[in-house]
Design a protein around this ligand. Sequence first.
Ligand code: SF4
Length: 322
Amino acid sequence: MAFETVIIPIKRKSRVLHKAQFGCLSDIYSINITRGCSFRCVYCYARAYPNAPAAGEVYLYENIAQQVARELDSPRRRSPVDWVVFNTASDSFQAHPTILKIAYKTMEALLERGVGISFLTKGWIPDRFLELFKNYPRLVSASIGLVSLSGCYKEAFEPGAAQPTDRLKNIERLSAIGINASVRIDPIIPFLTDTEAEMGHLMRELRTRGVKKVVLSYLHLRPAIINQLAREISSTQFKLLSSCFETQPWIRVGTSTKSKLVPLAFRNKGYERFKAISKQLGMVAVVCGCKNPDMPARICTERKTGARGRDEEGRQLSLFQC
Ligand code: SF4
């Protein structure tokens, strides 16, 4: 479904390079090219931020590439920047020419200066980005957000994002230039995307494309997300989803002090199903620790010590939005 989005260019006046302070991304520099996101995922918590733009509006930081270059080149910079994660509250690959132009320039400014970049996207990555990344395969860590291959799911839950088939193509195209993308299966929607058939279909398609690792997390609800869902998905779907959370208490999840998780036993069963399928296929499935604080899960950010965002064996670290 096509959505009318108005892009509003604004100048970024404050410092761009600052560290995120939540969950998997604590103490990592993060950048968002826009405030607001035209993909309009119905479960998106960033849409409910107090400073989120009105529906249909996206603010674009048109000077962000120059700002980043200036900050990196500043002789007054005290701490080095090795690694920057994009898209903690937006997506650099929103299908708008000016957003893509600014995203490209910003990533180029970082890579040219030897700074690694990591991104999670539900968009289509244009060829020119791949041409850029090809020159810096060890400095680019990519993760593709993909929960289901169903077109109906995509239309209902991620209406502005790229088609699932295009996201699979992103994985292939990244692999062709030497970048092995991870896949984030988040948020898993109870009763909808966690059936044996859905999971098996998705995991087999990922395995065919050489994906070795997936990160899992079920949907969690915050008050504002409940309102979004009530407005934007069918009443039948909403009733079914709500029933899953009815008896659950509000707890702290990440930076949110008021969230509801899918019941632990239910989540455990779902994750075990994913893990069993992954094992059969020779893949690894990891549960995101930030979004599952009540179970033995791990931080999905593979941070180890090492220079320039690499682990001890020189492999590129993988950072995920949570
Ligand atoms: S792609 Fe990410 S930032 Fe954009 S609407 Fe979806 S969840 Fe929100």
